[in-house]
Design a binder for this molecule. Structure first.
Ligand code: GTP
Ligand code: MG
Length: 418
C-alpha cells in the first residue's frame, strides 16, 4: 500500500467524545474485572476454610467473572456505525470515498455496488476482505484488486462484505467509525431484510439523493420502514451532484430551496424524526466526486481547488466539511448513548449486587466471630474457675500433708520415748 498519506490524530474532532468515553468505560471495566477476580478468590477461600459461603453463592460470584469478561469483549469491539442509502448511482460509494479521502469503494455509472460493503479500520497496516460466513482474510494489495474481488464474489445483494482498511490511513477509521455502503434501494425487494440485517445497530443514516432529480418513492419508503423499526433514527440528507447546478445558475437558488423544503418536510412531517430547526441542520448540498478529487489533490500537496469540477467549488467543499462536522458530533453522541449507557448500567448493577452479597457475608462473619468470642470467654472463665479450685485443693492438701507429717513426727517421737 502506498504510504504517502498518514493521517495525524485530530484531538479536536467531536469523534473524540466517543473515543474518550470508550477508553474510560474500558478502564472502569478493567477495574471491575480485577475487583471481581480478587473477590472470587477471597470467597473461594472463605468457602474452603470456614464454610461461611455456600456453593450457590460461590457459583454466583463466578458467574460475575464471566459476565464482566463478556461485557469487556463487546466493549472493545464497540464502534460508531453509519449506513448510506439512496437510489442507484446517486453517489453513495463516492460520498464514503470522499470521507475516507481515498477511492476505496468501487464507484461508477450504472449499478455498481452489488452487496453491502462495510469499511472498518484494521490494525497493523493490513488491508483485506472478509465475506459473510467465512473467517478467511482475502488480502488486498491495491484498490483495483479490491474492486475486482468485489465483482468476482458472487454474493446476494443483502449479504455483507467487510473491507478492513489500515486505521492510520484515515482519521475516521482510526476513531472507530464503520461505514456501510448499500446497493441502490431501487434494486431490491428485500428492504425489510436489509433493515433487520444491517441497520438496527446503525447510529446514523445518510440518505444520498441526486440533486439533479427529486427524492423517489423507493427512497422515502425505505426510510419510513427504518423509522418504524427504530425510534427516532438520526438521518442526514445529502443532495449530491450539486456541481451540476453550476450549469444552470439562473435556477440554482430556486432548485435549492425546493429541495431543502422537501427534505425538511420529509424529516419533520413525514418521518417525524426531528423538528424544523434540527432538520435544517441535516440537509446539505454537496459534490462527492469533486470533494474526493480535491482531497486526492491535497494529499499530493496541491491546492484542493485543483479537484474542482465546476464553478462554485469552494462553497460545495465547505458544505461537505460542514456535513462531516455535524455528522461527527451526531454519531459520537448517539453512539455513546446507545452503546455505553447499557454497559454502564450493567456495570453498576453487577457491582451493586456484589456489594450487597459481600455485606451479607460480612454480617455472617461478624456473627460467627462473636459466637467464637463468646465460646472463648466461656472457656476462659472455666479455666479460671478450675485454676482457683486447684489452688484451693493444693492448699488443703498442703495443710493435710503438714498435719500428717506433724502427726507422724509426734507419733514417732512418742514411740521413741516409749
Ligand atoms: P450504486 O453502487 O450503483 O448504487 O451507485 P452509488 O450510489 O454508489 O454511486 P457511485 O458512487 O458509484 O457514483 C455513480 C457515478 O456518479 C460515478 O461515475 C461517480 O463518479 C459519479 N458521481 C458521484 N458523485 C458525483 C458528484 O457529486 N458529481 C458528479 N458530477 N458525479 C458524481
Ligand atoms: Mg455504490
Amino acid at each position: 500500500l502506498p504510504e504517502s498519506r498518514l493521517y495525524q490524530s485530530n484531538d479536536k474532532s467531536p469523534l473524540q467524545i466517543f473515543v474518550r468515553a470508550k477508553k474510560k468505560i474500558n478502564d472502569i471495566y478493567g477495574e471491575i474485572e480485577e475487583y471481581v477476580h480478587e473477590t472470587t478468590t477471597f470467597i473461594n477461600a472463605l468457602h474452603a476454610e470456614a464454610e461461611i459461603v455456600d456453593k450457590a453463592e460461590r457459583e454466583l460470584f463466578e458467574s460475575y467473572v464471566y459476565k464482566v469478561a463478556a461485557i469487556r469483549e463487546v466493549l472493545q469491539r464497540d464502534h460508531m456505525k453509519v449506513a448510506f442509502f439512496g437510489r442507484t448511482s446517486n453517489g453513495k460509494s463516492s460520498v464514503i470515498n470522499a470521507m475516507l479521502r481515498e477511492k476505496i469503494l468501487p464507484s461508477g455509472i450504472g449499478h455498481t455496488t452489488n452487496c453491502f460493503c462495510q469499511v472498518e479500520g484494521s490494525n497493523g497496516g493490513e488491508a483485506y476482505l472478509m465475506t459473510e460466513g467465512s473467517e478467511e482474510k482475502l488480502n488486498v494489495v491495491n484498490i483495483k484488486q479490491l474492486a475486482n474481488a468485489l465483482c468476482q464474489e458472487k454474493l446476494c445483494e443483502s449479504s455483507l462484505v467487510r473491507i478492513f482498511w489500515p486505521r492510520e490511513r484515515c482519521s475516521l477509521l482510526r476513531d472507530d467509525v464503520v461505514f456501510v455502503d448499500s446497493p441502490g434501494v431501487d434494486v431490491s425487494a428485500n428492504l425489510d431484510d436489509w433493515i433487520d440485517n444491517h441497520c438496527l445497530n446503525a447510529d446514523v443514516f445518510v440518505l444520498v439523493l441526486n440533486a439533479e432529480s427529486t427524492m423517489t418513492r423507493a427512497e422515502k419508503q425505505f426510510f419510513h420502514t427504518v423509522s418504524q423499526k427504530l425510534s427516532k433514527p438520526n438521518i442526514f440528507i445529502l443532495n449530491n451532484r450539486w456541481d451540476a447546478s453550476a450549469n444552470e445558475p439562473e435556477c440554482q437558488e430556486s432548485v435549492k430551496s425546493q429541495h431543502t423544503e422537501r427534505c425538511i418536510d420529509f424529516l419533520t412531517k413525514e418521518l417525524k424524526v426531528s423538528n424544523e430547526k434540527e432538520a435544517a441542520e441535516r440537509v446539505f448540498f454537496v459534490s462527492a466526486r469533486e470533494t474526493l478529487q480535491a482531497r486526492i489533490e491535497e494529499a499530493k500537496g496541491n491546492p484542493p481547488h485543483m479537484g474542482a469540477i465546476a464553478e462554485g467549488f469552494q462553497i460545495r467543499y465547505f458544505e461537505f466539511q460542514d456535513f462531516e462536522r455535524k455528522f461527527e458530533e451526531c454519531i459520537s453522541q448517539s453512539a455513546v448513548k446507545t452503546k455505553f449507557q447499557q454497559h454502564s448500567s450493567r456495570g453498576k448493577s453487577v457491582s451493586g449486587d456484589m456489594k450487597s452479597m459481600l455485606d451479607n457475608i460480612y454480617e455472617r462473619i461478624t456473627i460467627f466471630r462473636n459466637l467464637k468470642q463468646d465460646q472463648k470467654n466461656l472457656l476462659t472463665e472455666r479455666i479460671q474457675g478450675t485454676e482457683t479450685q486447684m489452688m484451693q485443693v493444693t492448699r488443703e492438701m498442703k495443710m493435710k500433708i503438714h498435719n500428717m507429717v506433724e502427726e507422724v513426727e509426734e507419733k514417732v517421737s512418742k514411740a521413741l520415748n516409749e
